[in-house]
Unconditional design. Structure first.
Length: 753
């Protein structure tokens, strides 16, 4: 018999070990991510007393897939619209954390006398908290629905994006280039360009595609299509210089805006759990006891640096972003670890040959230790806040908490600010779409037309055809760039307020016209040898024709409406199905009160009870604002509403109240039947004897159902089929009846008879 490949043997060893260890950690009420890391350490080549993984390279490949699917699921659960609603707060917090932790890592490296490049790369590693580890810890601790968890995830997403910029800067420093050169700005512009392009094109194309094939897609097909889109975006992301995990996250964010997002999330969850477990096991496999001993002091110092630095600077950073002291401390304490991007930065340093060999295993050891401590740091935040609250002056606590109530994103913007912001965003988006269209046309279509029309004489025809097609394709974008927001409420109000506003408003139109003409000028300049004056004239005429053309106007409006429809499709579906959260939720974002939705389990002890009997308000301090049942919403239910399995309860309360209620939802269930084997139903024949207590009694009087929990299914009278037993018929001696029941009940019935 042929032997199994090492990969299958390793996979069996990993999953069995992870299963056993996580069961133990579940029994001890510890986060499962810690169990995965312990399992990885036990099956690693560094552990001589247990079976070890043979093909570590394949396991690390699977782990990379795990990171990709974890970030894909993260994108499904946390779309970019949530970040935009939070305003500048996550941006301020992210930049502050990265700067402070980078400087702290640089300082610690210098204290140990490490080389310059080791210190610089160490600073980059310490600045990157682990998205996957924190996401998993929040999931295991049941904190994902709490408000502070959303703030942390916003910052982590921005950190992952800025990590790519940091890697470009580190590469420039390692190669001896000036890190302050235009390379940094170029990398930032590249990230912004592709990020906006992917989101705009993805939200335009993906929901449209899923809507067209909705009738053909079942659960299996949707899973395959979703994972296919995830992998395709991951491949495309690596082709343009980004990580596969970053591309997977972008695709998850795109799919998060579709109606199918919830279905996809549920379908992908088992795949995410499998590969995610392999990822965390692979992290545990990298722990080398020898490195822990040889570099014990630097490792302990770096662990303390991360724990104290993130707790202190992280809390300060979130406070600078407008959060209260309590919320800021919960956010800062949650980020006290490093993870996957730190490994990527370390790998970059090794591949460039600019950091020492010891730094990578040291960082892995620090990551594992801080990962172990992550759930404890999350839990420590509230006691630490309570301790500080008792020691700091009450006036200072009141001042700090008052600052959070005036969040920068909640201040009313001026008309000019709103108008200019909207115009800038529109111009940027349409410019990126136009630039992408021009790039595609010149890269793919132009060579084809030149091959179809060879020769110098026909070369100009090929250029002209390509140029005209390109202008037609970008015409809706350029028209929208020039005309959009020219009749908005802000524009009309500013125009009517004062004559002084007329010239600046007209100037905004002129600027956008110049940008649109610049695109036409670039196309002409690339494809022709006309003079600059002629090309500018062509550009002005082309833009003027776009503005007056009704066809282009209709195309522009149609494309924009389709994009808005796709962007709001999930919200529209939520409204249709009664799942749209109330508008007043936004007014509670800056308080310790918000809304969460909980599913009533199928085995809940609450089913069949009404709200008056359950007394949720008295027990947990929460309020049930709505009950979502099937496709209907029951708003402001009274005490007579009955809870059914599968109901979705829309609950309003504080983080602490919602946490207690969530715990009750999960724990107040019937659970598994431990005596399942005794529930087997059996069929037996019962003959009424002369001394039977059933003689002369009816079926109801006999108590066969009520006393013995058995059922009479028929009377045998010598016919082909059993006769039904009338409730009024009295049993007689010699009657032969057939009964069904559990074995213990039937034995009791036969014994008494």
């Amino acid at each position: 018999m042929a032997e199994l490949p090492d990969l299958i043997n390793d996979l069996a060893l990993i999953l069995v070990s992870a299963g056993i260890v996580t069961i133990i950690f579940k029994k001890l009420k510890q986060p499962l991510v810690l169990g995965y890391i312990v399992a990885g350490f036990l099956v690693s080549p560094h552990m001589p007393y247990t079976a070890s993984v043979a093909d570590t390279e394949s396991i690390h490949l699977w782990a990379d897939i795990g990171v990709m699917f974890l970030l894909f699921s993260l994108g499904l659960d946390f779309s970019f619209k949530k970040i935009l609603k939070m305003g500048a707060s996550p941006i301020i917090s992210t930049i502050t954390i990265i700067f402070c932790m980078s400087m702290l890592g640089l300082l610690v490296g210098q204290l140990f006398g490490w080389g310059k490049m080791d210190c610089i790369f160490l600073g980059g590693m310490l600045a990157m908290s682990s998205t996957t580890i924190i996401y998993k810890a929040f999931d295991d601790l049941g904190l994902r629905q709490q408000q502070f968890a959303g703030l942390v995830m916003s910052v982590l997403i921005l950190e992952d994006i800025l990590a790519i910029v940091m890697m470009v800067m580190l590469s420039a420093i390692a190669s001896g280039n000036n890190p302050d050169s235009g390379q940094m700005l170029e990398s930032i512009a590249k990230i912004g360009f592709f990020l906006i392009l992917w989101l705009v094109v993805g939200i335009f194309a993906v929901p449209y595609f899923l809507r067209k094939v909705r009738s053909l897609v079942n659960a299996e097909v949707l899973l395959v299509v979703s994972l296919g889109l995830c992998c395709a975006m991951a491949v495309f992301s690596t082709k343009v210089g980004f990580s596969s995990a970053f591309g997977a996250f972008i695709m998850g964010s795109i799919l998060a805006e579709t109606i199918e997002a919830e279905r996809i999330e549920k379908l992908v969850e088992p795949v995410k759990n499998l590969f995610g477990a392999i990822f965390f096991v692979s992290v545990g496999m990298l722990v080398d006891p020898k490195i822990l001993v040889d570099y014990a002091l630097p490792i302990i110092s770096l662990v303390l640096t991360i724990l104290i630095g993130q707790s202190l600077f992280g809390s300060i950073s979130f406070m600078l972003g407008g959060e209260s002291l309590k919320a800021a401390m919960r956010c800062g304490f949650s980020m006290a670890q490093i993870g996957e991007f730190s490994f990527i930065i370390a790998s970059l340093g090794l591949s460039l040959g600019v950091i020492s060999d010891f730094l990578y295993p040291v960082v892995v050891a620090v990551s594992v230790i801080t990962t172990f401590l992550t759930p404890y740091m999350i839990r420590l935040a509230t006691p630490a806040y309570n301790s500080i609250e008792h020691r700091l002056p009450k006036k200072l606590i009141k001042l700090l908490n008052h600052l959070s109530m005036s969040h920068p994103s909640t201040n009313e913007q001026s008309k000019w600010k709103r108008l200019l912001t909207q115009m800038t965003v529109n111009t940027l988006v349409y410019s990126i779409l136009s630039a992408a269209t021009i790039t595609v046309m010149f890269t793919f279509v132009l060579p084809i037309t030149r091959k179809m029309l060879p020769g110098w004489e026909l070369h100009w025809y090929a250029n002209a055809i390509t140029g005209i097609l390109t202008v037609l394709f970008i015409a809706p974008f350029l028209r929208a760039m020039v005309m959009k927001k020219n009749r908005s409420e802000e524009w009309k109000a500013l125009w009517a307020e004062s004559n002084v506003n007329h010239l600046p408003l007209l100037f905004t139109i002129l600027v956008r016209v110049v940008i649109a003409v610049a695109f036409i000028f670039y196309i002409c300049n690339y494809l022709s040898r006309f003079s600059s004056a002629i090309m500018i004239t062509i550009g002005v005429v082309a833009v003027a024709l776009m503005v007056v053309s009704r066809t282009i106007k209709q195309r522009s409006i149609k494309l924009e409406r389709l994009f808005i429809l796709n962007l709001r499709s999930r919200d529209i579906a939520a409204q249709v199905h009664g799942k749209k959260r109330p508008l007043y939720e936004g007014k509670l974002l800056d308080r310790d009160v918000h809304i969460a939705i909980f599913d009533v389990p199928m085995d809940s002890m609450w089913m069949g009870s009404n709200l008056k009997q359950l007394s949720f308000g008295k027990k947990y301090g929460i309020h049930i604002t709505s009950i979502l049942r099937a496709n209907h919403r029951l708003n402001i239910p009274d005490g007579d509403y009955v809870i059914y399995p599968g109901d979705k309860l829309e609950v309003i309360g504080s983080d602490e109240q919602l946490a207690k209620f969530k715990d009750a939802v999960e724990k107040e269930v019937f659970g598994e039947d431990v005596n399942l084997e005794d529930r087997e139903m059996k069929l037996r024949q019962l003959i009424i004897g002369s001394d039977s207590p059933f003689i002369g009694k009816t079926l109801i009087e006999s108590g066969i159902r009520d006393l013995y929990s058995c059922m009479v299914i028929g009377l045998e009278e010598g016919k082909e089929n059993l006769s039904s037993v009338s409730p009024n018929r009295r049993f007689q001696e010699g009657d032969i009846i057939w009964i069904v029941g559990e074995d213990e009940s039937i034995q009791a019935l036969l014994t008494d008879n």
